[in-house]
Design a protein around this ligand. Sequence first.
Ligand code: AGP
Length: 615
Amino acid sequence: MCGIVGALAERNVTAILLEGLKRLEYRGYDSAGLAVVNKDQQLQRRRAQGKVAEVEKRLEAEPMKGHLGVAHTRWATHGVPSEANAHPHLSSDELALVHNGIIENYLELKSRLTKAGYRFTSDTDTEVVAHLVHQLYQEKQDLTVAVEAAIQQLEGAYALAVIHQDQPQKLVCARKGSPLVIGVGMGEYFCASDPLALLQVTDRFIYLEEGDLATLTLDQHAILDRQGQAVEREICQWQHGNQAAEKGSYKHFMLKEIHEQPAVLAATLEGRLSDRRVLPQALGAKAMELLPRVKQVQIVACGTSYHAGMVARYWIEKLAGIPCQVEVASEYRYREVVVAENALFVTLSQSGETADTLAALRFAKEAGYLASLTICNVPGSSLVRESDMSLMTQAGPEIGVASTKAFTTQLTALLLLTLALRRAAQASNQDADDPLEAELVEALRALPRLAEETLQLDAEIEKLSEDFAEKHHALFLGRGSHFPIALEGALKLKEISYIHAEAYPAGELKHGPLALVDKEMPVIAVAPRDDLVDKLKSNLQEVRARGGELFVFADPVTLLEPEEGMQVLHLPEVHEVLAPILYTLPLQLLSYHVAVLKGTDVDQPRNLAKSVTVE
Ligand code: AGP
């Protein structure tokens, strides 16, 4: 949700800011802008509605240079996408501010500032912050002190970067509820919503904590914590290389990320398995002590991550014998929950910054859970920092708005957690051999290879996608732990191809959705080898009998073969417990190819953004 970049250097920073915006465009892409303080110590600004390319054109037509600047790519919350609402917002043409988040008391502040003589030129909540800081700067004559005083008055969430033309050696930034990192250069400093934006200029980062305010000058940084105390924060070295943020030879990030799955599944397993078991240290020392006490698991997440949690419920109850509940974070956080004794609270998130999930964690920390664990893809993210324990997926940066490799690595990590819970719950001797665990460990080792083989179906799936390009609706079916995979398939198709798609547990078909089935309704089913496959086959017959067109991804042993009205693609044989991970891949490829045929913006679908840091 919105991307921020700031830079202070001895060189011209316009190109750095622009490149940062391009790398952050996945966070929001309805308008963008930059402001710099030029050599005459004057603030200049260029903004445009639409993608970053539009502001780039504006810059080509009217170049500007400066060694201090801030920039922003927007995902609209208050006010339509337009140039007037694009950031940076200025106050008195002297101060420029960019913001990610939502200021909840902006109307109250706006009325006060209007009375004080400030004139508003946008419908955003952000502009009030620019005027508020400006008003306080008039009084304090120091940008850090003004920002510090202003944030005391803000209710809501923010990551901010602010510059003032009278203090051309200073970049001030602050965060509460929205992510912000400082990039540490050689005699230069940067800030951004995501380190990816700054990999062009540095690989050393400081992850600001909740309530931090940082003042950056050319050769030093100073950080105040939420109590206003000076603090030191660790400088972390970026470990993922720079290619992660590049598409390489792929046409889209989504396709690259789908094809990275064999490698990132292997990376997620690396160092976490021994010959016949999940290594006890895989989840950290704290987990070894806490997991034996767990009597219930509550999983909370949003979107695709929520679907991963739904699969985990089947695993945790079946394999570890522990009751497990799963809920979307936006519901959970506002509910009066009853917390069972010794319940483990688990959040799942690619970004680690999803506002609803983070709020649910904060709520849960007060609610009496035994402990909190996050399964997350971004080291140093808010969820990782605020949870008692973390298990990192090793997917590497995911840029496509549609989550792909983050989901399958989450599932892999969740299976590791399940096996750790199983051992903790079932074995009185923690070193005892467990033949089922050994079988699953072997199956996990084979997973990257099977994923590679499954991706070889790409050309056949691309062909299949031609049958979808003219369709307006689609139905996805699965049973058991594959019902969440059907949900995930439907989510992928709707978010990137804009085809209306729904998913049902196949047994529910006859309770209503069967009424929708005719030859215009493609029905996609996942049919792995499991106890429910014969029941699924009967459900597929119900569809065929109504003239529905079936597309089935099946294990060869199911004996499902292509026939009139039913296309079948066979996946490699896989252990039934791991099948949800593998059966996700063809659904990702199907959505991708349908979207490409329809000509939609695959990596940046309309109305969406990658990291949902607002409620
Ligand atoms: C899925 O393709 C979406 N990007 C979305 O549903 C996403 O999974 C959700 O917003 C949660 O994000 P998180 O995993 O970063 O918390």
